[in-house]
Design a protein around this ligand. Sequence first.
Ligand code: FAD
Length: 486
Amino acid sequence: MGKVTGFLEYERTAPVKEDAKTRLQHYKEFVVSFEKEQVKQEAARCMDCGVPFCQSGCPLGNVIPEFNEAVYKREWELAAGILLSTNNFPEFTGRICPAPCESACVLGINKSPVSIEDIEKHIIEIAFEKGFIKADPPMIRTGKKVAVIGSGPAGLAAAAQLNRAGHEVVVYERDDTPGGLLNYGIPDFKLQKDVVRRRISLMEKEGITFKCNANVGVNIELNTLLRENQSIVLAGGSTVPRDLPVTGRTAQGIHFAMDFLKQQNKRVRNFAIAQEDILATGKDVIVIGGGDTGSDCIGTSNRQGARSVTQFEIMPMPAEKRTDNMPWPTFPMLLKVTSSHEEGCSRAWGVNTKAFLADENNNLRALRIVDVQWDIDANGRPVNFKEVEGTERELPCQLVLLAMGFLYPQKEGLLEKLGVEFDNRGNVKAEEGKYQTNIAKIFTAGDMRRGQSLVVWAISEGREAARKVDEYLMGESRLPTKDGIP
Ligand code: FAD
C-alpha cells in the first residue's frame, strides 16, 4: 500500500479532457495525460483492501493494488512489469475499457473508485517513453506452427502468448491492416491507430508474421492452412449486425454503424474508400442503439458536422441499483454517459422505430417512432413492452445509423467450410476455460466464441486459449493462467 491514509486525504481525479468544442475539430485522442503529482495521489487512494475485488472484477486479473503501490513510489519499470504480467496490451484497455475493475473497487461503496483505467494508461505510456518496452522474442522455438485467424484483440493476445511459448505464429487478417475492431470500428478519437501500429510492429519484431488481405476460406486455402499448421485459433469476431427490417428499410440513407465508422477510420488515414461515402455532414442523424457502437456514431457524426444527432434506445432508462447483497452502485451500460454524449446529442429511452419514411426518390426523410412502456419482471428485468397510446410521431432525418449490436460471427466461408459446431446463440461452440472446438486442433477465442463483448474479455480469452493450444501441442504449458500462476 503506497499511502495508508491516501483514500481519506484525496478525492478521485481524472486526466483533463480537451473541451468539447476544440476536440470536435479533429479525430485525435483528446484526453490529456495525468500530471505527475496527480497520478501519485490517485494511486495513493488505493486501500489495498486485502481481498482485492478490483482484481477479480478485471477479466484479466490485473494485479491492481500492487501496481498502484509501485506508481505511488514512482517505480515505473516495476509497475509496467506487474501490469504486463496479466495484460498484453494495457495501452488499449487503458484507453477504452469500461473498467469493470473500477465498478468493483471497494472505495466505490461510499466514495468515487480509484481511477484505475487512467493509471493503467499512464504506466504503459511512461514505460514506452522510458524505453522499458522492447521486443522480447522467445529464446527457444518449438518447431510447431499455429495459424491465428483474425487480428482483433483476441487474435493478437493469442498470437503474443503462443509466440512467447516458442511456437511459430502467423496471423491472418482479411482487412488491409491488422487490429480488428481496434483498427477499423473504434474511432481514432478513442484510440489512435498509431497506438495499434506501435504494438503490431513490436509483435513483428518478436517474430510474429501478419498476413493482411488474407480472407481465410476465400482467398486463403483452408486445406493448406490445416495441413501446414499443428493448430488453428479462430478469432474472427462477431460480425453480423442486428438489422431493423421494418417498412421502408430499403430507403437510401440507412446504414449499419460499422460501415459508417470504418469509412471514417479510413478517411483519417487517407485510405481510399471503395464504396459510396456515408457522411453525416449537414444532416439530421438518428442513431438507433444505445451501446458503445451507438456512442461512437454520435462522436463521429458530430465531428463530420451533423446538423443534429439523436440517439434512441428501445429499452427503458435503467436506474442505478444497490441492494443489501451488493452495496456497490451499478451503473448499467446503457446509462453510461460517454465523452461522445458530452459533445452533444439528444437521447431517449423506450422508443421504438415503426417505419422509415422516404421521399419520391426513395431518399430517407423521416423516422416514424413511438414511445413504449415495459413490463418489469420480479428480478427487475424488462420483459415485454407495449406502445404508449398517442405518442406515435415522425422525426425528420436524412441519415440513420443502425447500432443495435451483433448477432454472431459470419458463418459462410471459413466456419462452414471448417465444419465447426455453433452454440445456441450462433457463436462458435467451445467451453469457457477450454476454448477447443469440436475439431481437436481448432480453438476459438473472443467475440467469435463469447458473442459481442469487450476488448478486455477478448484479450483475456486470447491469452487463455493460447495456454490451451500450448498444452495441446506440448502436453503442458508454462504460460501463465488467469491467476498469474506460471
Ligand atoms: P474483432 O476485434 O472483431 O476482430 C476480428 C478480426 O477477424 C477482424 O479484423 C476480421 O476482419 C477478422 N476476420 C474475420 N474473419 C476472418 C477470416 N475468415 N479471415 C481473416 N480474418 C478474418 N469494447 C471495449 O472494451 N471498449 C470500447 O470502447 C469498445 N468500443 C467498440 C466500438 C465499436 C464500434 C464496436 C463494434 C465494438 C466496440 N467494443 C468495445 C467491443 C470490442 O471492440 C470487441 O469486443 C473486440 O474487438 C472483440 O475482439 P475480437 O478479437 O474477438 O474480434
